[in-house]
Ligand binder design. Structure first.
Ligand SMILES: O=P(O)(O)OC[C@H]1O[C@H](OP(=O)(O)OP(=O)(O)O)[C@H](O)[C@@H]1O
Ligand SMILES: O=c1cc[nH]c(=O)[nH]1
Ligand SMILES: [Mg+2]
Length: 213
C-alpha cells in the first residue's frame, strides 16, 4: 500500500479552515469540494488512458483519452457523499457506485447498510471517497468488497488519515495483490480513546450534513 500526502500550500490553507470548529456546514461542504478537486488531481495521476487519433486545425496528431472500462468512483455514505462532486469535476465520465457504511461508535466496528455497485468490477480502476481514515476498518472493508468483485486498481481519497489507521489498513489488506494507494491532505498525529483523529476535524458526516446541531 502506498500513502501519498499531498504537500501544497492551498491544500494546507483550506484544510486549516475545514478543521476550525467555527466553520459552519455550508462552508465545510464548499471547502470539502475544493479540497477533493485538488486531491483528485494527484489521485488520478495513474488513471488509465489509451491513444486517440485526432486532427487539430493544423495537423493530425495522437493524443489520449480515458481507457475503457471507465473508472468507478465509490463514495462511502454518508460523509463520502460530500466528496463526490469534487471528484466528478475531474472525472465527469466516470461511473458512480455507492457503499453505505457506518462505524459503531462503541466497538469501532464498521458495518455495511447499503450497496449499489456493478456486480462485475473485473479490470476496473476504483476511486473510493471517504474523508476520514481513522482506525481503517471502514476503508479496509470497502476495498475488500471492491476487490472481491474484481477491481484491479484501488485509490482511496481521504481528507485526513491517522497513522494507526494506515498501519492497520496495510495489515488488513496485506494478502491483496491489487495495488492500493491512499491520497490524503494530511497524516495527523494519532487517534484518541474514542477513535477520533487528533487534531482531526471532528465528525465529518455531522459537520457536512449538520446533524450535530
Ligand atoms: O476508519 P474508521 O475507524 O472505520 O472510521 C472512519 C469512518 O467513520 C466515519 O463514518 P461514520 O461511521 O461516522 O458514518 P457517516 O459517514 O454516516 O457519518 C468516516 O466517514 C469513515 O467512514
Ligand atoms: O475523527 C473521526 C473519526 C471517524 N469519523 C469521523 O468522522 N471523524
Ligand atoms: Mg460520522
Amino acid at each position: 500500500m502506498r500513502t501519498h500526502v499531498v504537500d501544497h500550500p492551498l491544500v494546507a490553507h483550506k484544510l486549516t479552515t475545514l478543521r476550525d470548529e467555527r466553520t459552519d456546514s455550508p462552508t465545510f461542504r464548499n471547502l470539502t469540494d475544493e479540497l477533493v478537486t485538488l486531491l483528485a488531481y494527484e489521485a488520478t495521476r495513474d488513471v488509465r488512458v489509451e491513444p486517440q487519433e485526432i486532427r487539430t486545425p493544423v495537423a493530425a496528431t495522437t493524443g489520449v483519452r480515458l481507457a475503457r472500462p471507465r473508472p468507478l468512483v465509490v463514495p462511502i455514505l454518508r460523509a463520502g457523499l460530500g466528496m463526490l462532486d469534487g471528484m466528478m469535476r475531474l472525472l465527469p465520465t466516470a461511473e458512480v457506485g455507492f457503499l453505505g457504511m457506518v462505524r459503531n461508535e462503541e466497538t469501532l466496528q464498521a458495518s455495511t447498510y447499503a450497496e449499489r455497485l456493478p456486480e462485475d468490477l473485473s479490470g476496473r480502476q476504483c476511486y473510493v471517497l471517504d474523508p476520514m481514515l481513522a482506525t481503517g476498518g471502514t476503508l479496509a472493508a470497502a476495498i475488500r468488497f471492491l476487490v472481491d468483485r474484481g477491481a484491479d486498481h484501488i485509490t482511496a481519497v481521504c481528507l485526513l488519515t491517522a497513522p494507526e489507521g494506515c498501519a492497520r489498513l496495510e495489515e488488513l489488506l496485506q494478502d491483496l495483490e491489487v495495488p492500493v494507494t491512499v491520497v490524503t491532505a494530511a497524516m495527523d498525529e494519532r487517534l484518541d480513546e474514542k477513535g477520533y483523529i487528533v487534531p482531526g476535524l471532528g465528525d465529518a458526516g455531522d459537520r457536512l450534513y449538520g446533524l450535530a446541531e
